[in-house]
Design a protein around this ligand. Structure first.
Ligand SMILES: Cc1cc2nc3c(=O)[nH]c(=O)nc-3n(C[C@H](O)[C@H](O)[C@H](O)COP(=O)(O)O)c2cc1C
Length: 265
């Protein structure tokens, strides 16, 4: 197996069922030190080696808990111990392969590029009564039809983030042309916060999430998976209900403006 640590990304484990070899690759942007990069998984031992905690590897393996994987992993740890490649804490010694990661473009260059991508606009919402919260999202995509999965990318700095990434059911409401004011309201641009963003246009769906009555389509989602990436949480939801579907124009997010699309057929 190979543990890969890249600046700005969560650590990941490649070839998690290959117990015959173990290595650690650091892809660091120049100026980022390897001591900090290694902290979530272990500790540096000089410049070229590291001590890696087995529990960190287990946490990253999609097969942890499966008997085959656990047996293979235990055998790998025993093999490492016999060769003196573990320390008093049971941590495994790994040779660090360092590569210099490509330097990312500046955030404003990135934003200018992404403005050229036309997308729809949604409001993601959860909770009931005074506990309701929601935010405007354009980073929304279909993932899989069977099972039905969708993805939204949520900034950890937004006020609704903690609740939207909790265990509750949430709705994704695809906005129609003419709903730009709602997009701005749920983007925090109108000074209205929390449950006060919701008005009579919202109703409570059977599954408990608030649903926007007059949008193009609502999808009710149960949380299925989360993944941290940069400043955002990628939230995958299983679609457990849909509603709406009026054949009207959609709201389009393009080049920094919200504009209506053509009429649906
Ligand atoms: C058109 C539009 C699209 C947006 N898309 C996203 C998105 O995909 N993900 C995200 O985290 N924030 C997105 N935002 C920003 C959030 O809506 C905003 O940061 C957040 O709702 C702020 O909420 P708060 O005032 O409750 O913290 C978008 C905003 C607008 C106006």
């Amino acid at each position: 197996m190979r543990l890969v640590i890249t600046t700005g990304c969560a650590p990941r484990l490649e070839s998690a069922t290959d117990f015959k070899r173990f290595s650690l690759r650091l892809d660091l942007v120049p100026g980022h030190d390897h001591l900090t990069a290694l902290a979530p998984v272990g500790e540096a031992d000089g410049d070229s080696h590291a001590w890696v905690r087995p529990d960190a590897l287990r946490a990253l393996s999609p097969h942890a808990g499966q008997s085959d994987w656990e047996e293979g992993f235990a055998a790998m740890l025993r093999f490492a111990a016999q060769h003196g490649w573990t320390d008093a804490h049971g941590r495994i010694r790994a040779h660090i392969e360092s590569t210099e990661a490509a330097i990312p473009v500046a955030p404003d260059v990135f934003r200018a590029a992404m403005r050229r991508f036309a997308s729809g606009v949604c409001i993601v919402a959860t909770g009931a009564g005074e506990e309701r919260c929601g935010m405007t999202v354009s980073a929304f995509t279909s993932v899989s039809a069977d099972p039905p999965l969708v993805l939204v990318c949520l900034n950890r700095a937004s006020s609704a983030h903690a609740r939207l990434t909790g265990d509750g059911v949430y709705s994704i409401n695809i906005l129609a042309a003419g709903q730009a004011e709602l997009a701005m309201r749920f983007a925090g641009q109108t000074g209205i916060h929390g449950a006060a963003r919701f008005d009579a246009r919202w109703q409570q769906a059977a599954h408990g999430a608030p649903v926007l009555r007059d949008c193009l389509q609502s999808l009710i989602c149960a949380p299925s998976a989360r993944h941290e990436a940069g400043s955002h949480t990628l939230l995958v939801g299983q679609v457990i209900g849909t509603g709406g579907g009026a054949g009207r124009a959609a709201l389009l997010n393009f080049d920094g403006t919200l504009q209506p699309t053509g009429q649906a057929a």
